[in-house]
Write a protein that binds this ligand. Structure first.
Ligand SMILES: [Mg+2]
Length: 321
């Protein structure tokens, strides 16, 4: 297995311990302290499942013998639930029967540790499962990346939009999205060939990445269309961000066609307060699309923005050079 340095991950991996024994919680808390993990715990399967959904831990340590909902039942529920399905589970059990081990593996456990713990062994297994989990995360992220632009792909966008939309509603936070479309892109392809068109897609993607903040999500929507998700961003701020992208794009000199600049148009839609959002994620895309259309109608190389409720955006943009 290639070496993955856990300290290079964005955050300390969260490990969820589900065990009815307070002693096991104290023991693992003490013995796993030296690992760079954050250990959280629950004492029964039912609450453990809820906690797993809520926290999305990198790894679950699961006791088999528990009242209310035993480990097998909990494991089955974790594997049935789309939000926890991919979290690796190490089963902890005092029952050292191969039948139990087989059952646990059949249900999707990645590993099995028998109580009383050999703590060095447990630490090694936790470490190896976390490495595996980090690798899987990297691979799945790769599958969500568009090869030409290096941005997230459409599938990822659909999924992520839903998530950010739910979060904005739950916390009453602002959120905006933008649809961006290159102007007259077909004529670039027709005049200079497809490699030139591809270079433009890749170049504009770089401009977008350069202007975005780390919390923004940029995706290639398809063809010459891009879409941005901007959490914690009101439509005025999103408008200004898209203006910067638009301005930067028109100043690029393209190696394959230095005399022909490329411009883009954008449609922005957003809300100041997510709790007031009263429509579906797809209605956001439609609204952003409508604003994009109106930007095209207005002569292209233009950004049009509105609030999701239809009201106009107050433009306070200071024109950059
Ligand atoms: Mg137990």
């Amino acid at each position: 297995m290639p070496d993955v340095n856990l300290t290079q991950l964005d955050t300390t991996p969260v490990v969820l311990l589900i065990d009815d024994s307070q002693f096991v919680h104290r023991l693992l808390d003490a013995r796993l302290r030296s690992e760079s993990i954050s250990l959280i715990g629950e004492h029964d399967g039912k609450v453990g499942l809820e906690r797993a959904i809520e926290e999305g831990p990198a790894l679950i340590l699961l006791d088999l013998d528990m009242p209310v909902m035993d480990g097998f039942e909990t494991l089955r529920a974790l594997k049935d639930e789309p939000r926890t399905r991919d979290i690796p589970v190490i089963v902890l059990s005092g029952m050292n029967s191969s039948q139990d081990k087989v059952a646990a593996f059949d249900l999707g456990a990645v590993d099995f540790v028998t109580k009383p713990f050999e703590l060095t062994e447990l630490r090694a297994r936790v470490r190896s499962s976390l490495k595996m989990s980090a690798l899987l995360q990297m691979l799945s992220q790769k599958a969500q990346i568009d090869g030409l632009s290096g941005l997230f792909n459409r599938t990822y966008f659909d999924e992520r939009l839903k998530g950010e939309y739910d979060r904005a509603i739950r916390h009453g936070h602002p959120m905006s999205i933008a649809m961006i479309d290159l102007d007259h892109f077909k004529s670039i392809n027709d005049t200079y060939g497809h490699p030139a068109g591809d270079a433009v897609i890749a170049g504009v993607a770089q401009v977008i990445l350069h202007e975005l903040r780390s919390s923004d999500i940029a995706c290639r929507y398809g063809g010459e269309e891009f879409v941005l998700i901007m959490p914690e961003t009101n439509p005025e701020q999103a408008y200004n961000l898209c203006q910067r992208i638009r301005e930067r794009c028109e100043t690029i000199t393209w190696a394959r066609h230095p005399t022909r600049s490329v411009t883009l148009s954008a449609g922005v839609v957003g809300a100041d307060d997510g709790s007031s959002i009263n429509c579906t994620p797809s209605a956001w895309v439609e609204m952003a699309d409508r604003n994009l259309y109106s930007a095209k109608q207005a002569g292209r190389n233009t950004v049009k923005a509105s609030h999701i409720n239809g009201s106009a955006v107050q433009i306070t943009q200071s024109k950059a050079g």
